[in-house]
Design a binder for this molecule. Sequence first.
Ligand SMILES: [Mn+2]
Length: 339
Amino acid sequence: MRLLYFTDTHLRGTAPAARTDDFAAAVRAKLAEVVRLANELSVSAVLHGGDLFDLPEPGLGQVGEYLEILRGGRAPLFVVPGNHDVYGHNPSTLPRTLLGFLARMGLVRLLDREPMYLEGGGVRLQLTGRGYHAGIDRRDPALDYAVEKRDCDFAIHVAHGMLLPRSVISSAPFLPAATPAEDVLEATKADVTLVGHYHMPWEVWLNGRVALNPGALVRLSAHPDEIARTPQVLVLECTGSGISHRYVPLECARPGEEVLSRAHLDAARAREESRAAFLAGLESFRGERFAVMEPEEVLGEVLARTGAGPEVEAEVWRRFQVRMRVSTKSGERQCSSIN
Ligand SMILES: [Mn+2]
């Protein structure tokens, strides 16, 4: 029995600022490749680790195209809801989200703590899941990440949360609440724990059990690690002798430097700096002499400060008078003439 796992597709109607390519075309190509792979391998199920969508209710025009591609997959699609799939990190809002709607229509199946069983190739597989919620990574991790194994050959648990190798947690002091994968592997009976949420891939083994995240299928940010990695999916193989997995990098994924740029970050910083400079100038203006903001006074002071020279000053006053006459005639307030 084979399964395919992928996560954090963040399907959305708009392109992220960091992307420089035709983002929608790139996402379509990725989904088509995932579906082709799943069909070629005749997988029994496709599993998704959450954040299928970037928003609870994404633009249906664009996202409809993506879902049409996913419907080309012959195997059922099992999903755990991610934080982006629901409102306010609150799973009870699921019925009014697109993911909840798809589940109602029977187009996807939501995994939860109640085990589901798949049978094939002489193997019985237990599937459980835990979607994101506000308390995850902030309470006993066993409640969300550890499962019992009953009446099956293999158990797979899928969760959306900040489960990470202990080494990653200790090297990232600004990370929000996180759970060490090593602790979970001590507690769980699942043979494989599949995780989504963190967008970089990782894998941890302990006591013959594995927890892993293949990384987000779609690269959204221009973080150097995102630029350096190739999006991939995971293929799980279950036979009488054991369960194994391999990563399959997407053939259609282009090098990060070709699709991601940090230019929007530099532009935003430059904009922020000039805005701050402008506001500081305005503040010093106010603080010194401009308790009364009469247009003539303000203009006279500006001209004195800029040292514009007599020719420019004369032209400025001429234009100022013209504008004042126009706005007085049209009945506007006089100060609007300097806008
Ligand atoms: Mn997430």
